[in-house]
Design a protein around this ligand. Structure first.
Ligand code: PXP
Length: 247
């Protein structure tokens, strides 16, 4: 029996639309509450260094309002490995923090974190977050080297980057799916909880949802885009149904 599979809804791009006009609507916190009512198991938000979508004030409101729900749902803060972000995470103590690579000029998170190459920067950060009771996850490429590095850092969770899987087709996609599956099995064998995300849609989510060791998917851009046509409630509800059908 596969473990239950959670959906973390990433609300960054609701803030992208809001910021296009610099006002207060659409409100990403309202989107988070609606996603929760549609079955989201968690909310994910990436506070980027340039604050291009989610802002510090959004994070403060999310922390307060998600905790106040009848069915409180966890916040997963995506953050770069910087002192500034560490300070913010330690102040708010979200349920989880996912450390991601971040480049100012990128459009979205391109590629995974080089855990192997950044051990000395990441080790004190992982330790500080763990000591504060924050569940640390590392966003990595599905490779044995990165899993081994995550093990040596004592990270309790890894999130496998599904971007290449989502961007390829045919044989290339099948090969990428095998890499994801093997990485998930290797991480779980080493006692690490496995999440996955990036570029997932109704059409490509099921093979990832079927990987038995994966217990959480974080999905944003597609769900917010689909919400334009069917509404956010329906977009989240259907994604949960697609995931459940694959399990
Ligand atoms: N997981 C991580 C670590 C991410 O950085 C992102 C993008 O912000 C996602 C999941 C969601 O990706 P997408 O918006 O393509 O669904």
């Amino acid at each position: 029996m596969a473990l239950p599979l959670r959906l973390g809804v990433n609300i960054d791009h609701v803030a992208t639309v809001r910021n296009a006009r610099g006002g207060v609507v659409p409100d990403p916190v309202r989107a988070a509450l609606l996603a929760a009512s549609a079955g989201a198991d968690g909310i994910t938000a990436h506070l980027r260094e340039d604050r291009r979508h989610i802002t510090d004030a959004d994070i403060a409101r999310l922390v307060g309002q998600l905790a106040a729900l009848d069915r409180a749902i966890p916040l997963n803060l995506e953050m770069a490995a910087t002192e500034e972000m560490l300070g913010i995470a330690l102040r708010h103590r979200p349920h989880a923090a996912c450390i991601v690579p971040e480049k100012r000029e990128e459009r979205t998170t391109e590629g995974g974190l080089d855990v192997a190459g950044q051990h000395d920067v990441l080790a004190p950060m992982v330790r500080a977050l763990r000591e504060a009771g924050v569940r640390v996850s590392l966003f990595i490429e599905p490779s044995p080297e990165q899993i081994a590095a995550a093990v040596s850092l004592g990270a309790p969770v890894v999130e496998l980057h599904t971007g290449r899987y989502a961007d390829t087709e045919g044989e290339a996609r099948a090969g990428e799916l095998r890499r994801l599956s093997d990485a998930a099995a290797l991480a779980a064998k080493n006692g690490i909880e496995v999440h996955a995300g990036h570029g997932l849609t109704f059409d490509n989510v099921q093979p990832i949802a079927a990987i038995p060791q994966v217990v959480e998917l974080n999905i944003g851009h597609f769900l917010v885009g689909e919400a334009i046509f069917v509404g956010l409630y329906e977009s989240v509800r259907r994604m949960k149904a697609e995931m459940a059908a694959a399990r």
